[in-house]
Ligand binder design. Structure first.
Ligand code: AR6
Length: 185
């Protein structure tokens, strides 16, 4: 499923993000940057040890206390098809009254900003925060689609953004949200 946003394309697919060929895929990391389960586990397992080495270097040099929620950093793609991995930290859901939406938006925004600064044209996102971090998928999809839409309207260096949804249920939720936010009424 595809939508035009400014000059860019916003695409939704049901797939495994570690199989995606894009300039960058985004990892739903945690602030340690040292791996975990879900997307993070798959990225490091399939991407190989080079990504973890680069993450450790970033920790040592730039973020000794960990990457704050909403920030993003970039490493190579290791053995993945994607050239780069952008690691961002989404918020842990705590009922929705602890700035979760603002922090989730920031995670998408900063990932796209970093990709654009690197001259990358295509970026693929998983559904950040909706696994281990417990963010309800419907609410998260509204924040995610709005953040990407606003970013692509604000600047035109990124040509393609793909949401890679892991389950049919997640795909259907994101598709409904994208229709609501992006189709002319
Ligand atoms: N490709 C695409 N989507 C996936 C994949 C995959 N290979 N694997 C899982 N998902 P999560 P979070 C979906 O838990 O909620 C880690 O331990 C999954 O079904 O990966 O941001 C980190 O180290 C869900 O819809 O990320 C952190 O500690 C979505 O991706 C913590 O989890 C996000 O699930 C981050 O939690």
């Amino acid at each position: 499923m595809e939508f035009k946003v400014g000059n860019a394309t916003l695409q939704l697919i049901k797939s495994d993000i570690t199989d995606i060929e894009a300039d960058a895929i985004v990892n739903a990391a945690n602030s340690t940057l040292l791996g975990g389960g879900g997307v993070d586990g798959a990225v490091h397992t399939k991407g190989g040890p080079k990504i973890l080495q680069e993450c450790k270097r970033i920790r040592d040099n730039e973020w000794p206390d960990g990457l704050p929620t909403g920030n993003a950093v970039i490493t190579s793609g290791g053995n993945l098809k994607a050239k780069y991995v952008i690691h961002t930290v989404g918020p842990i859901w705590r009922g929705g009254v602890h700035e979760e939406a603002k922090l989730l938006r920031r995670a998408y925004w900063n990932s796209l900003k970093l990709a654009a600064a690197k001259g990358l044209k295509s970026v693929a996102f998983p559904s950040i925060s909706t696994g281990a971090y417990g963010y309800p998928t419907e609410e998260a999809s509204r924040v995610a689609v709005a953040a990407v839409k606003d970013y692509l309207r604000a600047e035109d260096r990124i040509e393609r953004v793909t949401f890679v949804l892991f389950s049919q249920r997640d795909f259907d939720i994101y598709a409904q949200t994208a229709k609501e936010q992006l189709m002319p009424t």
